[in-house]
Write a protein that binds this ligand. Structure first.
Ligand SMILES: [Zn+2]
Length: 296
């Protein structure tokens, strides 16, 4: 499943093509994905100009003049492909390879810039867990987005805020960090990575870093910084994969993001001087990778 950095990479890849362009033609090739397409899907978008392409957690939001706002989720296997005069690209492919099988092309957006340049943006989704819905007005009030927690990007998430979110929580730290009502868009891979960077065990009780006192405050600050940096680094890596892709000869710009602990069971811990090994454990049915030597 694409995580937030991939969705943000998709957004950044689509932004230059879509923002400011007019939707000349919109085609949904089936009645539904995970959910049915909204009523008059094509009709309500066609002819409109895209004013902004945003993101909230793992949802893309496409704002058009006069509304509605298109909320799009990539699901398990969704991707966007851009077909333009100067070549094709599939932004956001840096961890999970994306399908190019055209039988799974479900939505086609034909757009035209003010200067008359035409491109085609295609949504492909073999497993059809993705979806597109309309929000009327502010997307944050849509049932899919309301109740989402703080973004793990930017500077909003600091130690004090993280401590206030985790205060009194008895669940394992990893489970609390995956709770989308607390932090929105932080997924399984990046939680393992952030906990390793912060030197905190995924098994410790979440509330322990919110107990007050100097040590807990430092742990909360370290974890907040680790979460922000792990996401920022992954987004930056996605950006570089986009640039790399342009230089290749038409082969897919597939970038294997390098993780410190995720999917590295049995390997030496990469923290200098640690000497421990990465273990895999299962928490709430999901794999957790961590080093018990340096993560306490
Ligand atoms: Zn270690």
């Amino acid at each position: 499943m694409p995580e937030l950095p991939e969705v943000e990479t998709v957004r950044r890849g689509l932004q230059p093509v879509l923002e400011g362009a007019r939707l000349v033609r919109v085609e949904a090739r089936r009645p539904d994905l995970r959910f049915p397409f909204p009523a008059r899907f094509s009709e309500r978008l066609t002819g409109k100009t895209i004013t902004a392409l945003g993101r909230r957690a793992k949802y893309l939001t496409m704002h058009v003049d006069g509304g509605p706002v298109l909320i799009c989720h990539l699901g398990m296997s969704g991707s966007f492909r851009i077909e333009a005069a100067d070549g094709n690209e599939t932004p956001g492919t840096f961890h999970h390879e994306r399908s190019k099988n055209s039988t799974h092309d479900h939505v086609v957006f034909d757009v035209e810039t003010a200067a008359g340049a035409r491109s085609r943006v295609i949504f492909n989704d073999p497993r059809r867990f993705g979806f597109m819905l309309f929000a009327e007005g502010v997307p944050d009030t849509h049932p899919m987005l309301t109740g989402l927690g703080v973004e793990p990007t930017g500077n909003a998430l600091d130690g004090a805020l993280l401590a206030s979110l985790l205060k009194g929580r008895r669940s394992p730290l990893k489970a609390a960090l995956l709770d989308q009502r607390l932090i929105a868009g932080l997924g399984n891979i990046y939680v393992s990575e952030a906990l390793w960077r912060a030197g905190l065990s995924p098994l410790r009780e979440a509330g322990t870093i919110a107990k007050g006192g100097k040590k807990a405050r430092e742990q909360a600050e370290r974890l907040a910084e680790a979460i922000r940096s792990v996401i920022a680094d992954a987004i930056a890596a996605g950006g570089s994969s986009l640039r790399d892709y342009v230089q290749t000869d038409g082969s897919l710009g597939y970038f294997q993001h390098s993780f410190a602990v995720y999917d590295r069971e049995g390997e030496p811990c990469p923290k200098p001087g640690c000497g421990g090994h990465i273990e895999r454990i299962v928490q709430s049915g999901r794999s957790t990778f961590y080093c018990r030597t340096c993560q306490r």
